[in-house]
Design a protein around this ligand. Structure first.
Ligand code: FRU
Length: 502
């Protein structure tokens, strides 16, 4: 969990927010009608109509529809009282909100929250496996982040209808405690997969001074699990931190799957998402990572989760978190958005690659191509903050920059140094990989306060930018060295009439 969410939990404001479990509880947040006009709210990224969201949970294709669930606080735009929100889509781009899928059961093992998890089809029925949290005596606590009050267990819920509106929970956890003798820093976010007639399950965990890890379990029926060993083990980063996620002593949201002849493990820790690719020994059930990298270079992207689309594509969703002060997003009445769906692949050298799913391109209006020469910047006034630009990389323009400028002031900048093989955004330097560069080598997708950038289909960078405003913000491209670049750009449609997603 992010440090600010944890420390926030202890603060008075958070206590008030958490006690605000009745819909009328007021934190003086704007109502939905006002939120619909908030110019910083993205217009084609999925988000609940108001309040707080975080991780994507249990993505699944079922009976012709994409279902996406997500961590939701239905009471306020701050983290707390986690439920599973639900949205449904024919194409992963246009969404309809559905009623809450999972809510904490008073007195149950998830009474303090339904944390992240996954969906699989078992016995012909969509089934969630997720983490329940409840208050517990010190010897049963599993979240050791300075607050040390909660116990995590792995729980099951089965869909009772094909629209996935009603879910029946098993009363008892299916995994009630971490492996005996382990003093875990956390024990959550189960990710299951099937090998033949056996189910395997990775659970995010870690130990102080040992590092974050994924615990591996096995079962025939999703209800009786046998602990095997650690599937993967990390190292602490040397920082002394109360929250073990900050010191690399806890891994959240593991995701493990086969892709393009490799195995991929994703996990979230140290405010980043890491990918590894490697080999998985299916006899010994051991994973050997060979290559590793950062999945998105800004901390705004966290806790992703993948699933397989009906055509076999491995699609990844990620939580785009707010990077402005808590008081600001809490007052705005909304916090967090879902990333665009990213199609994952692994190239022949074992690097993880990603691009927005092709479905996204339906949002494009008419393409405009512009040649931008040194000394003659391209200036596009954005009447709507929904725009995509695509720029090839090459020697004709070894250095150029892409900026968002609001009322003459720089709001965001990407500095591209082709010769130096780096794209820089503030403090963040993203390497430009040496693979063959296509015409869309650099793709930048702007949606109000969200900017998703893709470099050569390999590196990604998600920025949150708050000093932008439709009609006042310009997209500016300057060629600094060399001759020119050919910029292709599109206006993008919103997915709803207002900013409320449906
Ligand atoms: C990641 C995370 C998960 C947890 C959930 C709680 O952002 O901390 O580890 O299940 O969020 O909301």
């Amino acid at each position: 969990m992010k440090q600010c969410r944890r420390s926030f939990l202890k603060s008075g404001v958070a206590a008030a927010a958490l006690m605000a479990t009745k819909p009328c509880a007021s934190l003086a947040a704007p109502d939905v009608a006002e939120i619909a006009h908030d110019p910083l709210r993205p217009e084609f990224h999925l988000m609940p109509q108001h309040n707080w969201m975080n991780d994507p949970n249990g993505p699944i294709w079922w009976k012709g529809q994409y279902h996406l669930f997500y961590q939701l606080n239905p009471h306020a735009a701050v983290w707390g009282d986690m439920h599973w929100g639900h949205a449904v889509s024919p194409d992963m781009i246009h969404w309809r909100h559905e009623p809450i899928a999972l809510a904490p059961t008073p007195g149950g093992a998830d009474s303090e929250g339904c944390f992240s998890g996954s969906a699989v089809v078992f016995d012909g029925k969509p089934t969630f496996i997720y983490t329940g949290v409840q208050n517990a005596p010190p010897d049963q606590v599993t979240i050791r982040d300075g607050n040390d009050k909660l116990r995590e267990t792995q729980m099951l819920a089965v869909a009772e209808d094909d629209k996935l509106l009603r879910w029946k929970k098993d009363q008892k956890p299916v995994i009630a405690s971490p492996p005996p003798g382990m003093m875990v820093t956390g024990f959550r976010d189960p990710c299951p997969w099937r090998e033949g007639d056996t189910w395997y399950l990775g659970v995010g965990s870690g130990e102080r001074e040992v590092g974050g890890c994924v615990l591996l379990y096995r079962s025939k029926d999703l209800r009786h699990w046998e602990y095997l060993h650690k599937l993967a083990q990390g190292k602490p980063n040397g920082k002394v931190a109360v929250n073990p996620c900050d010191s690399g002593e806890m891994w959240e949201c593991p995701d493990f799957f086969a892709l393009d002849g490799h195995h991929v493990l994703l996990y979230s820790s140290e405010n980043k998402v890491f990918w590894t690719t490697g080999e998985y020994d299916t006899h010994k059930h051991l994973y050997f990572p060979l290559k590793t990298g950062v999945l998105d270079h800004d901390a705004a992207y966290y806790a992703p989760k993948s699933f397989v689309a009906p055509d076999g594509r491995r699609i990844l969703w990620g939580w785009l978190r707010e990077m402005r002060p808590d008081a600001q997003f809490s007052a705005a009445g909304w916090a967090g958005a879902m990333s665009l769906p990213r199609v994952l692949s692994v190239n022949h050298d074992g690097y993880l690659e990603m691009m927005p799913a092709g479905e996204f391109e339906k949002l494009r209006g008419e393409a405009v191509t512009a040649k931008v020469s040194a000394g003659e910047p391209l200036r596009l006034k954005l009447d709507a903050l929904r725009h995509e630009i695509s720029i090839p990389l090459g020697t004709a323009a070894p250095k150029f920059s892409v900026k968002l400028v609001t009322d003459g002031r720089k709001a965001w900048e990407l500095a591209v140094d082709v010769a130096g093989r780096t794209v820089t955004c503030g403090e963040i330097a993203v390497p430009i990989p040496q693979t063959p560069w296509k015409s869309d080598a650099l793709r930048i997708i702007v949606d109000a306060s969200v900017i998703e950038t893709f470099v050569v289909g390999r590196e990604a960078l998600t920025s949150r930018v708050y000093n932008v405003a439709a009609g006042k913000t310009e997209l500016q491209i300057d060629v600094i060295g060399g001759e020119s670049v050919e910029v292709k750009h599109w206006p993008l449609q919103a997915i709803s009439k207002d900013r409320l997603t449906t």
